[in-house]
Each structure stands twice: as C-alpha cells, then as structure tokens.
Design a binder for this molecule. Structure first.
Ligand code: PLP
Length: 400
C-alpha cells in the first residue's frame, strides 16, 4: 500500500518512521552478495568477517551507552525490542533474586511492586510472577497520571521482602512523566531493585542513567525512528538477572542468538540523532501539543484525559490524549483515516468487543467515556501545517 502524498501520520507513539540517519547507518549492511563482509558476518566468528560484524556491534553498543550516560558499554544488552527488555527485566531479575534467597536457605518469595498504567509488556508478566510465588502489588496513579512517592513508600513499608519495583518513565497513552529519580531512591532505601520502561521517554525527555540511578531500563529503536525488532535493556553492573533465552550465550549470556548487527547500527544512529535533537525537538513538539489540546478541547464533548498545563514538562511533549463523548474511538480513527490522518485510540479491540484502555480506567475515567478516547502523537517530521489541518479534520470527523 502506498500512502497518499498528503497523508499525515500522527501515531508516532505506536511507531515512528525510519529516519535518514538510521537508514544510512544500515545501508552498508544491506548490500547483498558474498563480498559484503559487514552483511555476512556473525559477530561471534573469529575470522575477519566475524570481527567486522563484532566491531559494528560494539560501536553501536558504545553509542547507545554514551547517549544514555550508562557507566559502561557492557551495561547495554541488545534485545528484540522493549517487550523483550521488559520481560527480561521483570522475570529475569525476580528469578535471580528468588534463586539467591533459596541458596541462602531463605523462603523463595517476596514482593514486586509496579503500577496499573504500565504497558502490556510489563502487565502480562505479572501473572507469571504470581505463579513463581511472588506477591505483586500494583500502584494506582493520581488523577494526573502520576505515581506518588508516598504511595510507593507505603507499599514498600507493607511489603514482605520487596524484590523489585518497576515504574515506567513516561506513559504511552496520556504521557505522564514519572519522577523516577525519587522513586528509585525510595525503592533502594527499602532494599528493592528498580526497573523503568523508558520506551516512550527516549528522545522526548532528557535521560541520564547515572542520575536516574535505576538498576534496569528498557528501550526500543522503532519509537525513535530506528528499525523495528531491536531494543535494549540497560543493566547496572552486578544486577542479579537470569536469562530468558538460552543458546550460544551471546549478550553476556543474557540473550542468546546471533546478534542483529544491522538493527543495532540503525538503533545507535537513531539514538544519537534523537538524543542530540531532544531539547529543541521537545520544545517544538510541546508547542504543537499545547496548540492541539487547546483546539481539540474547544470542540463540544471533547475533553483532555489529563489536565496538561501549557508548556508542562511533566507530560511528554508529543502526546495528546482526549476523549470524545458519545463516539467510539474506532469510528473516529476510521473517519480520520479516510480524511488522511493516522491516529490511534486508547482502547484495544479484541474479538469484536471493545475494552476501554486500562490506563484510562486506572485514571478513574468511566467506561463509556474511555471508549471514545483518541491519542494523537507527533514526532520530528510533524509540522505546524499538519497540526492545523488535523484540527480542521477532527472537528469535521466528530461532526460538531
Ligand atoms: N513499553 C512501552 C511503554 C511502549 O510504548 C511499547 C510500545 O508499544 C513497548 C513497551 C513495546 O515495545 P516494542 O514494540 O519494542 O516491543
């Protein structure tokens, strides 16, 4: 399918188009034929072809670790994306901690604390943790979408042997940016490790892993204009963790399988570009976000999911989340698609039945209202003109 020339993509939080920097970094790997050493190398082979691939891989690891201010390149474990990174962090760290307790003759149990607004890549792991004998506590956000430090403190005080806390850096639906530095400090004081899903925050808010002081953080390339199918788990040195995928022992034994060097090269280039442009780009997108909230909420029956004050840096600069009374997201998405705009709804449609978004439900938004949610998300190629055209099309699609 080719996209019409004037079609406007406003679903960047779902995935972002590949950027020039990533495409250029990957191009040498995509030259077909037996003479292309970079494309042909297995980064684990001893010969020069393998060593060329290894160099490409380690350059990418270095670039990613520098962009995130990690202590060492080896703190970066490449994965297939943020879903795998989240799974590895939650399951892998919990398993390792339980094993340590067993070895010390202690009960293999404890508490994992997370929130009700995490991505499914975290939420879907929680039943598995419970099966492992772990007590799982989910903190609810306040009406603004924030996890209050006091709520974490109370959960830790009440917890039987807190093992791990996992709170996302920024939410993928309504964009709340959590105070991870403070939450990490509280978790560490209580003896728990801390993981954050930083997938949506990357390139949108400044990320300095040394300042955040988290033990683990998940990232994905395709949200920052890199290729799909590659991401990373940052792991602070000496963090206990077990692998989920077993085989040849690649990625320090944590992620077996021949490495995706072309993906890593694209990820690193996208990361460098996104992090370098972050301050200016965030300011530019924030102005577009404010304009959108102001214009969309003037349409009768349209309300912001969270109250985002103009210029606020407590919410992502690129996400606008509203509900439209008396309309279903699906209808709106399809009408807007026909009008030439790609957006998304907060609700997932499974086997014909519409479920309201768990994030909107967690915010206390009633089901009827949550079913009419619409998320507009932007990125580096979004222009003011795109936004003005969208505002006009939105009013028409809503029919008010
Ligand atoms: N975590 C968050 C917050 C996300 O927004 C996403 C993407 O949808 C993921 C995890 C999953 O990322 P990936 O598609 O790289 O597996």
């Amino acid at each position: 399918m080719s996209v019409p020339e004037n079609y406007v993509y406003l679903d960047w939080a779902a995935t972002a188009p590949l950027c020039e920097e990533a495409a250029q970094a990957m191009a040498p790997y995509l030259v077909p034929g037996p003479r292309n050493l970079q494309a042909n190398g297995n980064a684990n082979s001893l010969h020069s072809v393998g060593r060329a691939a290894f160099t490409g891989m380690e350059d990418a690891r270095m670039a990613v670790s520098r962009a995130l201010h990690a202590d060492r390149p080896t703190d970066i474990v490449f994965t297939s994306g943020a879903t795998e990174a989240d799974n590895l962090a939650l399951l892998g760290i919990t398993r390792a901690l339980l094993r340590q307790r067993r070895a010390a003759g202690k009960p293999a149990a404890g508490t994992v604390i997370t929130t009700t607004i995490e991505h499914d890549a975290v939420l879907s792991v929680l039943p598995l943790l419970r099966e492992m004998g772990v007590h799982v506590v989910q903190l609810a956000p306040d009406r603004g979408g924030f996890i209050q430090p006091e709520a974490l403190q109370a959960a830790l005080d009440a917890a039987d042997d807190p093992l791990l806390v996992s709170v996302m850096l920024a939410n993928n639906e309504m964009g709340a940016v959590q105070d991870i530095e403070r939450l990490t400090h509280i978790a560490h004081e209580a003896g728990a490790l801390f993981h954050t899903d930083a997938t949506q925050a990357l390139g949108k808010v400044p990320i300095d892993l040394r300042e955040l002081a988290v033990d683990a953080a998940s990232f994905s390339a395709h949200k920052i204009c890199g290729p799909k199918g590659i991401g990373a788990l940052y792991l602070k040195a000496h963090t206990p963790i077990d692998a989920l995928i077993y085989g040849g022992g690649q990625e320090g034994g944590l992620r077996s399988g021949t490495q995706n060097v072309v993906g890593m090269a694209g990820f690193a280039a996208a990361m460098r570009a996104a992090v370098a442009a972050q301050p200016q780009e965030a300011a530019r997108e924030r102005a577009l976000r404010d304009r959108l909230y102001q214009a969309l909420c003037q349409v009768p029956g349209v309300r912001a999911v969270v109250d985002v004050p103009e210029g606020s840096e407590r919410y992502l600069p690129n996400i606008v989340d509203v509900t439209v009374d008396g309309m279903e997201s699906e209808t709106l998405i399809l009408r807007l698609d026909i009008a030439g705009f790609a957006v998304s709804g907060g609700s997932a449609c499974s086997t014909g039945s519409l479920d309201p978004s768990h994030v909107l439900t967690a915010l206390g938004i009633p089901r009827d209202r949550a079913l009419g949610s619409l998320r507009v998300s932007m990125g580096r190629y979004t222009t003011e003109d795109d936004i003005e055209r969208f505002i006009a099309a939105f009013a028409q699609a809503v029919g008010r």
